[in-house]
Design a protein around this ligand. Sequence first.
Ligand SMILES: [Zn+2]
Length: 317
Amino acid sequence: MIRTYIDDSWSAEDDNILLLAGYAQKVPVWAAFSDAWKAELSKEPAIEYCKMSEAESRKEQFEGWSERKRDKKLADLARVIVEYDPWSIECFVSQKQYKEILEPVIAYDLRGPYMPCFHGIIVSLARYHASTGITLPTDFIFDEQGKIGAEAVLWYEEIKANQKPEIRALMGSTPEFKDDKKVLPLQAADMIAWHLRRRKENRNARENREVMEILSPLLRVEVEVTETVLRKMADDMASLPHIGLTQGKRGSIKRHMVGGKLPEMIALVCKNKQCGETFDVMKDYLAQTGKAPCPFCGQERYYIPWLARLIKWIFRI
Ligand SMILES: [Zn+2]
């Protein structure tokens, strides 16, 4: 089994990119890495954990450190990453472009720049693995403090279901969210995501960070959610029948979700004011027909906002 640890980094510069990045490696190697990372953290000057935002501002764990002292610590930690030879995956999107192109048409439950990036990361990594003959599936671990929500878990199952069998076979179980202070490879993901995001900012583009030099021998898989991809997604989305019903808060199906998933049976309240009865509909029926006739008054309402159906449609790209 391969495990991939991913962190998100958000820019406040230029086009406000969102970048997801992290490292993949076999599970036993990660176990050895974690011991080595912990040992490196404990070396004098010791820190309990490494977080790039704290290192950069020299606060918290790096409080009172000189830049030189901080840089040396980061370089030593980066060398630990290189020693265990993980390969990285990164995907970014311009939030400015996302807002202009996709946000005006996107279904409420899919809104936010995270979704196209999340899709880009997991599908691209599986495709890369397939192209290199890797046969082990990949699990994903995300930093629980990131902005990714429970809906990503639902996206994952649907994205997976929409891949070719040989790609699907390389996608592991539902992503998990862990504490980066306890799950140490997430600190390596933070390190690479932070540096890659920073390098994409115009004012920092020429900056030469020692950490990036040290990490440069490792294999990188890069993906960009380009303007073309966003336009394709937006066109696809806009042409969906009844798309208007999925936009805005009222179009959300999340209120039907239990523990991050839609139950087999969904309880609906009849919208006919004279009726107002509650009845259950099978989610598969909703997904296929997009409508639910009330068994009490017979009024038929469209419930096209079935998230999985939308995702199936979007993710054909
Ligand atoms: Zn009714």
